[in-house]
Design a protein around this ligand. Structure first.
Ligand SMILES: [Fe+2]
Ligand SMILES: [Fe+2]
Length: 254
């Protein structure tokens, strides 16, 4: 499991992989939680499910106090993202950013104070937070969620890609805690291919996403599950996604 990995560090701006949950924390799929620090304020990206919340908080406290968390971004509506949100909302006064199509479903998680939520429009947008941090919200709809948003941080050139690029890598394949990157795409493929074929809606959705990402200057693609992508592996990953039949493409018609 990886935690406390600084992916980018410059004066007053830092992008951290806070924690990769241990499956035993939640009896579920391991997930990555990220923190962006900017001018002393924090933004949490997909803070995780209910079971992982204490561990994420524990690591986060090494960097910042809850009252200085100004934003929480939910890439989509899944329980491995939203499950711990009501605790985070009690601890912080952060605004919550989520696709406009999911806001009305979230109260079913027992979440109140919906006035703290900010809808992200379907086409994405730029939002500048009180700290001065500008986040670029990039649409990633149907990958897999009908309302998924990615977050691009122009200062670190890191794209938080939610479930796009997710992999489930056996522990012994990447035992070095400081090494969070996939180094060989052809060996990595076995850990990510099945997920993308089954969960991603269609090749059209993938192509649309790849086109958006190629317009950005991206150094690192950081998914919500598994290893991260950069350099040649990142380019090979984008090429592979662009041509991948998946989801409804694979349904056999009579
Ligand atoms: Fe998901
Ligand atoms: Fe996920």
């Amino acid at each position: 499991m990886h935690n406390n990995i600084t992916l980018f560090n410059a004066e007053s701006h830092r992008f951290i992989l806070l924690n990769e949950s241990d499956p035993s924390d939640e009896d579920g799929i391991p997930s990555n939680q990220y923190l962006i620090l900017h001018n002393g304020k924090g933004t949490l990206l997909d803070p995780g499910g209910f079971g992982v919340m204490p561990q994420v908080l524990n690591v986060m406290l090494q960097y910042i106090q809850p009252q200085d968390i100004e934003a929480i971004v939910l890439s989509h509506q899944d329980p491995d993202i939203v499950g711990g949100l009501s605790s985070w909302m009690k601890l912080t006064s952060a605004k919550i950013y989520v696709s406009r199509i999911w806001r009305r479903f979230l109260p079913h998680y027992g979440i109140t104070h919906m006035q703290r939520f900010v809808d992200i429009p379907d086409d994405g947008c730029n939002i500048t937070l009180n700290s001065g941090l500008t986040l670029t919200f990039v649409p990633a709809h149907f990958l897999h969620s009908p309302g998924q948003i990615n977050v691009y941080d122009p200062l670190s050139k890191i794209l938080f890609s939610g479930d796009v690029g997710a992999s489930l890598v056996p522990l012994d394949e990447n035992a070095d805690n400081s090494d969070v990157f996939a180094h060989n795409f052809s060996t990595h493929l076995q850990f990510t291919e099945g997920f993308h074929k089954r969960y991603m809606a269609s090749n059209r959705a993938l192509r649309h996403w790849v086109q958006q990402v190629r317009k950005l200057d991206v150094d690192i693609i950081a998914p919500q599950h598994g290893l991260l992508y950069r350099g040649q592996v990142k380019d090979e990953f984008l090429d592979w996604l662009y041509d991948l039949p998946c989801g409804s493409d694979l349904l056999e018609l009579d």
